[in-house]
Design a protein. Structure first.
Length: 189
C-alpha cells in the first residue's frame, strides 16, 4: 500500500475532514488505511441512513400526495353534490313559485270573469226590471187616463148641457191613442 503523508497545509485545505483524518499525519500506512476504511464505513452507514430516510421521506411524500389527491377529490365531489343539490332546490323552488303564480293568476282570472258575469247579470236584471216598471207604469198611466176619460164622458153625458170644451175631449182621445202627451203622468191631465 501506498503511504500518504499528511501535512498541515493539506489539513488546512480540507477543513471539513473528520478530526481523526486531520491527525493522521504521524500514523503508519496500515493504521491509516484502517482509519480511512473505518471512516468510509461510517460515511457509508450514514449514507445508508440518509438514503433510507430519503426513501422514507419519498414514501411519506407519495402517501401525502395520495391523501391530498383523495381529499381534493372528496372535496370536489362534495362541492359538486352541494352545487347539484342547490340547483335542484332552486329549480324546485322556482317551479313551485311559477305554479303558485299560475294558479293565482288563473284564480284571479276566474274571479274576474265571475264578477263580470255577475255584474252583467245584475245589469241585465236591472234593465229588465226597469223595463217592466216602465211598462207597468205606462200601463197604469194608460188605465188611469182611460178611466179618467170614461169618468169624464160619463159625467158629461149625464149633464148633457155641460159639454166639455172640444179641446179637452180631443186631448183625452189623443192620450188614449198614444199621442204626444202619453208620457205625462195622470196628474198633468
Amino acid at each position: 500500500m501506498m503511504q500518504t503523508s499528511w501535512t498541515q497545509s493539506a489539513v488546512a485545505d480540507a477543513p471539513d475532514l473528520p478530526i481523526q483524518a486531520q491527525t493522521m499525519g504521524n500514523e503508519t500506512g496500515s493504521d491509516f488505511a484502517f482509519a480511512v476504511y473505518a471512516q468510509l464505513a461510517q460515511i457509508h452507514r450514514e449514507l445508508g441512513a440518509l438514503s433510507t430516510a430519503q426513501v422514507q421521506l419519498d414514501a411519506y411524500v407519495r402517501e401525502s400526495e395520495v391523501r391530498f389527491s383523495d381529499l381534493a377529490r372528496e372535496s370536489e365531489l362534495r362541492l359538486t353534490r352541494l352545487g347539484e343539490e342547490s340547483e335542484r332546490r332552486w329549480t324546485k323552488s322556482s317551479e313551485e313559485s311559477e305554479k303558485r303564480w299560475t294558479k293565482s293568476s288563473q284564480e284571479s282570472e276566474k274571479r274576474l270573469a265571475k264578477a263580470s258575469e255577475e255584474v252583467e247579470m245584475r245589469l241585465t236584471k236591472a234593465g229588465e226590471e226597469s223595463e217592466r216598471r216602465l211598462t207597468k207604469a205606462g200601463e197604469e198611466s194608460e188605465k188611469r187616463l182611460t178611466k179618467l176619460s170614461e169618468e169624464a164622458e160619463t159625467r158629461w153625458g149625464r149633464n148633457g148641457a155641460k159639454r166639455p170644451r172640444s179641446g179637452g175631449l180631443n186631448r183625452a182621445k189623443t192620450l188614449r191613442s198614444g199621442g204626444p202627451n202619453r208620457a205625462r203622468s195622470p196628474r198633468c191631465v
